[in-house]
Design a protein around this ligand. Structure first.
Ligand SMILES: [Zn+2]
Length: 107
């Protein structure tokens, strides 16, 4: 994933005019190579349950090369519940990678 972030194939763009989302990817399949960060991304605080690096991990897993995940649910408790209920669906869900990454760093 780090190699992909450092390549010229992926870019992070600002889209401050957008909705109340934090971030999103645009495109489909192999065409997804851009992460759009919205204003709310920059308003996140270190004490928030969702961390900025977790959001980047989440969005990166939507890329075909790094997971081709979907959004079955959002949130830490929902990710944990899904992992217990249906691990195969959890492995295809961006939020599960997001909160797994945060758990590694103790967040
Ligand atoms: Zn997502």
């Amino acid at each position: 994933m780090l190699e992909l972030l450092q390549s010229d194939e992926v870019c992070i763009r600002l889209n401050v005019r957008c909705s109340n989302d934090i971030a999103q990817v645009k495109g489909q399949g192999e065409d997804i190579t851009a992460i759009y960060l919205h204003e709310n991304f920059f308003l996140m605080k270190p004490g928030d349950e969702t961390k900025q690096y977790g959001v980047i991990v989440h969005e990166m897993t939507h890329f075909r090369l790094t997971g081709d995940t979907t959004d079955q649910q959002y949130g830490k408790s929902a990710a944990r519940a899904l992992a217990k209920k249906d691990p195969s669906i959890a492995r295809q869900t961006a939020s599960n990678y997001h909160y797994y990454a945060q758990s590694i760093y103790g967040d």
